[in-house]
Design a binder for this molecule. Structure first.
Ligand code: THU
Length: 136
C-alpha cells in the first residue's frame, strides 16, 4: 500500500467516529508527521455551531499532543463527488506546522482524489517566519 493509500485508509476509519449531527457531513483527516507516524482526527460539531471543530484541526491537535511539530502530508476525506479541500482556517493551521511544499490530499468516499501543495491552497501565506522573535 502506498503512503497516500495508508493516509486515506486511516482517514476513512477515523471518519466513522465523526460527530456531525448538524451538517450530516462527517470528515476524517490523517496527518503524516516528520516522525513517520499518523495522527488522526474527525470533525466534532456542537449545538452552538461555531464551537464545532474540523477534522484537520483535531488531527493536528493529536500530533501536537504526541510531541510532534512537523506535518509532511495530510489527507482529508468526506462524501461528495469532488475531493474535499480544507477550509481556510485549516489551511492556516496546516501552515503553522508545514510549509509551502507540504502535500494536502483531498478525497471523496466515492473515490475521487486530488493533491495540492499547501502553497497552491494558501499562496503568499502568513506563517511563523513572519514572527522571528516569537520562536515557536
Ligand atoms: N469540515 C471539516 O472537518 N473539514 C473540512 O475540510 C471541511 C469541513 C467539517 C466542518 C463541519 O463539521 C462540517 O464539515 C460541515 O462544514
Amino acid at each position: 500500500m502506498s503512503g497516500i493509500d495508508e493516509l486515506f485508509e486511516a482517514a476513512a476509519v477515523v471518519r466513522q467516529s465523526a460527530y456531525a449531527p448538524y451538517s450530516g457531513f462527517p470528515v476524517g483527516a490523517a496527518v503524516r508527521a516528520a516522525d513517520g507516524r499518523l495522527y488522526l482526527g474527525c470533525n466534532v460539531e456542537n449545538a452552538a455551531y461555531p464551537a464545532g471543530s474540523c477534522a484537520e484541526q483535531n488531527a493536528i491537535g493529536a500530533m501536537i499532543a504526541a510531541g510532534e511539530r512537523r506535518i509532511v502530508a495530510i489527507a482529508v476525506l468526506a462524501a461528495g463527488e469532488k475531493p474535499v479541500t480544507p477550509c481556510g482556517a485549516c489551511r492556516q493551521r496546516i501552515r503553522e506546522f508545514g510549509d509551502g511544499a507540504t502535500m494536502v490530499h483531498g478525497g471523496s468516499i466515492a473515490g475521487a482524489r486530488r493533491a495540492w501543495t499547501l502553497d497552491e491552497l494558501l499562496p503568499e501565506a502568513f506563517g511563523p517566519d513572519f514572527l522571528p522573535d516569537a520562536a515557536p
